[in-house]
Design a protein around this ligand. Structure first.
Ligand code: PBG
Length: 306
């Protein structure tokens, strides 16, 4: 089985370990700039192909895809738009493109929560059912890696079960295994149409103050069958990467999330720093901390320097 992001033997930053997030929004006719995220746009289904082609030419090959459907659904079951987008990308670019799909319900649920809520509480069986349906659809469409970011209890285990029932035995899972409740997700939630309503995400996202829980969460996801682990937000979790790797022996990456990335852009726009320098510095720190891959909104801006 091909490992897309193996454990690295060097600390050198290289383009192979960079992952560029991309957004496709069914509500859009023309591209929409994402506030705070520099040259990152949300694209219509038609326009995403051209945008990815440009990125591939620059030397980026790994993409984390977020899909925002037009309709919210109370009990999400219709993933046909997701299917079409993934299929056209993989049909078009084939193996030139490593396509990771963020697998969550927050862009589709009416209240913006990552699972299906009932009376301000997550209904886990309903949530797992919908996530399983989604992930299975993404694999059928040709996704290379399923990246569940809902962080509900036992999602990785549930997905493994669904995949084996459907003969997707070698499907790969990148779990957002150590994901904190954070104030740094702001720009993303605008783009993903996923700002939570009614209650916050503390019932399923980790408290930043608890180191033991944070590492345990990755260990559990490893035991349940994740192929790759992650810390998120990346810059505020840098101290956890090596411990997680030592405990699990799995490749572990960092997600420089939207608010972290936007802060670099803001320093630049206020004349208080230089964006490319700040970006390189932050990515070198991830590399020094032994991240095996880095998800950053600046991947396409940095490849030419590597
Ligand atoms: C949830 C999800 C979030 C991000 C990626 N997947 C936001 C959240 O948990 O509220 C955040 C990414 C970012 O801020 O860049 N599906």
């Amino acid at each position: 089985m091909k490992t897309f992001f193996p454990i690295r033997k060097t600390n050198k930053l290289s383009k192979q370990i960079l992952i560029q997030p991309i957004f496709v929004d069914q509500r859009l006719k023309s591209p929409k700039k994402i506030k705070g995220l520099g040259e990152n746009y949300s694209w219509s289904h038609n326009a995403i192909l051209r945008s990815v082609e440009k990125d591939l030419k620059k030397g980026i090959r790994n993409f984390l895809l977020f899909i925002v459907p037009k309709e919210k659904q109370k009990l999400p079951e219709d993933f046909s738009f997701h299917y079409e987008v993934i299929r056209s990308l993989k049909n078009h670019f084939k193996k030139d493109l490593t396509l990771l799909i963020d697998t969550c319900l927050c862009s589709i649920t009416p209240d913006g929560h990552c699972g299906i809520s009932q009376n301000k509480k997550i209904n886990l069986p309903h949530t797992h059912y919908a996530l399983g349906l989604a992930a299975n659809t993404y694999l059928e469409a040709g996704a290379d890696i399923i990246a569940p970011s809902d962080m509900m209890k036992d999602t990785t285990q549930y997905l493994r079960k669904v995949f084996s029932e459907n003969e997707f035995h070698s499907a790969q899972i990148m779990s957002y295994s150590t994901k904190f409740k954070s104030g740094f997700y702001g720009p993303f939630r605008e783009a993903a149409n996923s700002t939570p309503k009614g209650y916050d995400r503390s019932s399923y996202q980790l408290p930043v103050s608890d180191r033991t829980k944070a590492i345990q969460s990755s260990i559990i996801n490893a035991a349940q069958g994740a192929n790759y682990l992650m810390v998120k937000p990346g810059m505020t979790s840098i101290d956890l990467i090596q411990d997680i790797k030592a405990e699990t022996l799995l490749p572990t990456g960092a997600y420089q999330v939207s608010g972290e990335f936007a802060s670099l852009q803001l320093l630049d726009s206020q004349g208080l720093g230089k964006y490319p320098d700040l970006l390189i510095e932050s990515l070198q720190v991830f590399s020094r901390a032994k991240a095996d891959y880095i998800i950053t909104y600046g991947a396409r801006d940095i490849v030419s320097y590597l």
